[in-house]
Every structure is written in structure tokens, then in C-alpha cells.
Design a binder for this molecule. Structure first.
Ligand code: IMP
Ligand code: MG
Length: 419
């Protein structure tokens, strides 16, 4: 029987991040106890700054406590007993932490910018907590630097959905700054093409800027593009007109990826294609199928927009059918909602990031940051990167720019401290 509870559960668990929801719940208590909504019409109550001072202290204490609980989880990870940590009991979906999180300091940092403690009517929100977690992650990475590898998703992270990275994009000087400081860069995108030209067309603003920059030739090579999640690797090269050169698979595949069989790839994509065709028919979608050697997807007829529910339904059905097939136990895949399309790719971004780490000589997860917009647990493709490295969850390209500015500011503070 489908009870209301089961409906809510099936539809909502993949749309919630349990760690963020849990922290949000903890912060709701001081908000209820200390925010003073009546002060708006009772002029003799304490000033907003006094109220904020008290509330900030309470919020910050909670963030310090959560920081300790994360440290305890990390201690359990090291002892091989992560499934027995207190955090695992409280938030069963938490996985591996690659570094501690500077949650207390990150809260103060974001509070000074977002005035969370000053608010009387709006409690700490999902976005507040998401941004505090991002800051806490980069604080920890910068303090324990250097940040050896930064990988970026493409659509929605570096440029608007379906658009290209044009020369006026504010992210370009920030990525150049990272490269100048010695960080390697990986663009780990689902967009899957086997020709360099197609990536040049999407990324030319950045590629041309690197080419024209005064970076030493060796540093320019510190950028790679990993396309189709983990299927096509290109390295930067000033010699070719597209500034990118395909790296043969044998030169970069991880040993586990060498075991992926062509027959399994075909079987999985056939199954996914059949499921997508079925959904197009049942939901009367104005869509066409795109089949590639490592992916299959549906894209809309020109100018058509699918509604969110249809896209989600398509992903969840396809995911379920693939999960139940024996071939999905032999081969990783990623089914996701791309905003106005749905794709099933062979492999996923955890393999994409791991391959970048290996390409640059074996960089650790705790020295790698993946920046992306898709971190829901189903139908999202950046989520899997959490298996390989630390992550930052942004909502649009402007937030990526803000995050990179935060890294630069924290870097400078750190350098001043160590001088
Ligand atoms: P990302 O956000 O950079 O990971 O790019 C995802 C988008 O790339 C999808 O929404 C699609 O529009 C597009 N795309 C193009 N080719 C492929 C493919 O082979 N697999 C998945 N996505 C693709
Ligand atoms: Mg994206």
C-alpha cells in the first residue's frame, strides 16, 4: 500500500541533503528562543545589534559542537569504524570527510556577510547552511594547504546552463590566479564529445586566456578537461588550433576502469535507451533520443522546455530500471537531470575526479576541491564527486566567482599569518 509517508519519502529524500537539514534544525532552536520579531512594533525592546550578539554566540556555539562531531566522525573513519560514529547515528547518509570542517569560523565569516543573526523573521536557511559548509571546507583546505587540484563542473558552475565560457566570464582571472599559485585545474563535465573542437567551442574564453597569459609553458599544461563524466580526457596544448589534445585512454584510465567491458557498456546503454523511449511515449514528451558511444540521453525538440516533474520522473524511472539490472553491478553509470535534458553516462564524476588526481601524479582527496551545482542524491551528477574529494556546492556561476574570491582572501590571510 502506498501510504502518504511512503509517497513523501520516495519523492523527497533525494531532494534533501540530510546533513544540511540536520544543521538547519539545530540552528532553529536559538532562532526561536532569541530572535525578537515583536521588536518591530515594540520600540522599547533591546537593539537589533544586542539581539544579534546574543543569537550569534548561540549559533556559533552550535557550529563549534557540530565541528567536534565531525572530528569524532573523522576519528572513527581513521579507526575503520565510521558506521559507529555519533554523526552516522544522527545523519545516516553522511559519508567520508576528507578534512575537518572549520564550521565555527565559517559561520562567523558568513554571518558578517549575510547577517543571519540579525534576522528576526527568517531562520537560518538551507542556502545559509550550504554556504557556511562551503566556507568551512575552503577554510580547512587553505589552512592545511596547498590546494593541489580544483575541479569544476561546466554547466551552471562555470557558465549558464547550455551556454559557453566566453571571454568576459569573471571566472577566468580567478582560475588563472589558482594556476599561478600552483593549483592544477580539471574541468569535469558531463558534456561528452570525442573531438577537441567541441570543447574549444564551449570553453574558448578560458582556453584563449590561458594561451595568451604570461604563465610559464609548464603551468599552462596544468589544465585538463574530463568530458562525459569520466570518458574523454583532453590536455591543454598551445600547439593545436583548439588548444586541447585528446589523451589516449590507455594513458589515463585507472586500473579499475580498464575492466569495463564494451559488451557491458552496450548492454547498459541499450537498457537505458529502452527506458527513455518508454518514458517519452508514456509522458508524451516532445523529445528526441541522442545515443553516443558512452552515453544516451533525451533532448527537447527545438524551443521546447520540459517541466521539472517530467524530467525527474524520467531520471527516477531510468535509475530504478538500471539499478535492478545485473549489468549495473559490473559498471558504474550516472543518470541525471541536466535542467532541460536527461542523460545516462557510463562512469560518473567520482571516476572523473579520481582520473584527474591520477593524471597529475596522485593528488589526494583532502587536497582536491570539486565545485559543482548538482549535489542532490538522485538525478544529480556532481554528487558522486564526494567519493573522491572535498566539494563545494554552488547554485550559479556568480557563486563560483564568490567562492574563488573567498579562497583568494583566505589565502592572503593565511600568508600574512605565516610571514
Ligand atoms: P555539466 O553540468 O557540465 O556536467 O554538463 C551537463 C550537460 O551537458 C547536460 O545537461 C547536457 O545538456 C550536456 N551534454 C552533452 N553531451 C552529454 C553527454 O554525452 N552526457 C551527458 N550530458 C551531455
Ligand atoms: Mg552542472
Amino acid at each position: 500500500m502506498t501510504t502518504r509517508y511512503r509517497v513523501e519519502y520516495a519523492l523527497k529524500t533525494h531532494r534533501r541533503d540530510q546533513l544540511i537539514e540536520w544543521i538547519k534544525g539545530l540552528l532553529a532552536v536559538p532562532f526561536v528562543l532569541h530572535s525578537q520579531p515583536t521588536a518591530v512594533f515594540e520600540p522599547r525592546s533591546e537593539s537589533v545589534d544586542q539581539m544579534a550578539g546574543i543569537t550569534q554566540r548561540r549559533y556559533a556555539e552550535i557550529m563549534r559542537d557540530v565541528e567536534e562531531i565531525v572530528n569524532d566522525h573523522i576519528a572513527h573513519q581513521l579507526a575503520g569504524t565510521h558506521d559507529r560514529s555519533k554523526l552516522k547515528l544522527l545523519v545516516p547518509s553522511v559519508a567520508t570527510f576528507f578534512t575537518p570542517l572549520a564550521l565555527h569560523d565559517a559561520f562567523i565569516w558568513q554571518d558578517q556577510r549575510r547577517f543571519i543573526s540579525w534576522r528576526r523573521f527568517v531562520p537560518p536557511s538551507f542556502n545559509d547552511v550550504r554556504l557556511i559548509l562551503n566556507t568551512s571546507q575552503i577554510m580547512s583546505l587553505v589552512r592545511n594547504g596547498p590546494l593541489d587540484l580544483v575541479t569544476f563542473d561546466g554547466d551552471v558552475t562555470l557558465y549558464d546552463d547550455g551556454k559557453s565560457l566566453t571571454p568576459d566570464n569573471a571566472v577566468i582571472p580567478r582560475i588563472l590566479r589558482l594556476m599561478r599559485n600552483g593549483s592544477r585545474i580539471g574541468i569535469v563535465t558531463a558534456a561528452g564529445y570525442s573531438e577537441a573542437r567541441r570543447y574549444y567551442e564551449r570553453l574558448y574564453g578560458l582556453l584563449d586566456a590561458i594561451h595568451a597569459s604570461d604563465l610559464p609553458a609548464a603551468s599552462k599544461q596544468n589544465l585538463i578537461v574530463m568530458g562525459g563524466e569520466s570518458n574523454y580526457c583532453f590536455k591543454f596544448t598551445g600547439d593545436s588550433p583548439d588548444l586541447l589534445k585528446l589523451v589516449p585512454r590507455n594513458d589515463w584510465l585507472l586500473p579499475e576502469m580498464m575492466l569495463w567491458q564494451e559488451s557491458d557498456i552496450t548492454e547498459l546503454l541499450d537498457l537505458a535507451e529502452a527506458s527513455l523511449r518508454d518514458t517519452i511515449k508514456n509522458l508524451r514528451m516532445e523529445a528526441s533520443i541522442v545515443r553516443k558511444d558512452r552515453a544516451v540521453g533525451i533532448i527537447p525538440q527545438p524551443t521546447h522546455r520540459f517541466c521539472r516533474e517530467t524530467l525527474e520522473e524520467t531520471v527516477l524511472i531510468t535509475q530504478k530500471i538500471l539499478d535492478m539490472s545485473p549489468v549495473s553491478h559490473r559498471l558504474p553509470f550516472c543518470a541525471f537531470n541536466g535542467g532541460n535534458d536527461v542523460f545516462v553516462d557510463i562512469g560518473d564524476k567520482s571516476w572523473g575526479v579520481l582520473a584527474c588526481q591520477r593524471f597529475f601524479g596522485g593528488i589526494e582527496g583532502g587536497k582536491t576541491l570539486h565545485v559543482g551545482d548538482q549535489f542532490l542524491s538522485a538525478g544529480a551528477n556532481d554528487f558522486k564527486a564526494r567519493l573522491a574529494c572535498t566539494t563545494a556546492w554552488i547554485a550559479n556561476p556568480a557563486e563560483t566567482v564568490q567562492l574563488l574570491d573567498e579562497i583568494a582572501e583566505l589565502d592572503e590571510m593565511q600568508q600574512r599569518k605565516t610571514r
